[in-house]
Write a protein that binds this ligand. Structure first.
Ligand code: GTP
Ligand code: MG
Length: 193
């Protein structure tokens, strides 16, 4: 895995969303789940995508060009941030809806879930929304380094029950690299390159 990642576009507003004619795979999940850390782990870079221990770090849609494969990984702002105002929440859904509605080059949505937290309504809603738009889902249970075997199995089983028709979630850790090769392979499969 020696691909190069370059941040090429950042969109805070819908008129800033770029027209990109290459496959895009999206990283979505609750605030603080570990989306940006996962991108950094895949890129083998520490500070490519900005991370933070306080939720709500990523406020924009960030497009990372991956070469030589020539596709985009897209870091979405997290949802479900408790301190977030209603106005902010609406802004999030408007921005994301607008982006997803364009759809053509969206090849999949990586649903990033903190493996210590049981399935949340917003995760389930997003999964349903993506399925409704025929966007392929790839669930990832991250922060697996913080769980023992029993907790990992419990987390996987609850998602398998919720999404029986979707690939079983991949256990991942940005800290140890667990699941990284498998995830990369699945992302490449989604891009159809
Ligand atoms: P927003 O941008 O706010 O939506 O958050 P995010 O989903 O991008 O999360 P981010 O990658 O910033 O990570 C949030 C916190 O979780 C940071 O303190 C990370 O260091 C930590 N973290 C992320 N992934 C892992 C992991 O696999 N293991 C451990 N132990 N910590 C992790
Ligand atoms: Mg982030």
């Amino acid at each position: 895995m020696n691909s190069r990642f370059t941040l090429t576009h950042t969109a805070y507003l819908k008129n800033q969303i770029p027209e990109i004619n290459r496959p895009q795979v999206l990283m979505a999940g609750r605030s603080n789940a570990g989306k940006s850390s996962l991108i950094n782990a895949l890129a083998n870079r520490k500070n490519l995508a900005r991370t933070s221990s306080s939720p709500g770090k990523t406020r924009s849609i960030n497009f990372f060009h991956v070469q030589p494969e020539d596709f985009f990984l897209v870091d979405l702002p997290g949802y479900g941030y408790a301190q977030c105002s209603k106005k902010e929440r609406n802004k999030w859904s408007e921005l994301i809806n607008d982006y997803l509605a364009r759809g053509e080059n969206i090849h999949g949505l990586v649903l990033i879930i903190d493996s210590r937290i049981p399935p949340q309504t917003l995760d389930i809603e997003l999964a349903g929304y993506a399925q409704g738009m025929n966007i392929e889902l790839l669930p990832i249970l991250t922060k697996a380094d913080k769980c023992n075997q029993k907790q990992r199995a419990r987390a996987q089983n609850s998602w398998i029950r919720l999404l029986p028709e979707v690939r079983r979630p991949i256990l991942f850790s940005a800290q140890t690299g667990l699941g990284k090769d498998k995830l990369w392979q699945e992302i490449l499969n989604l891009t159809d390159i």
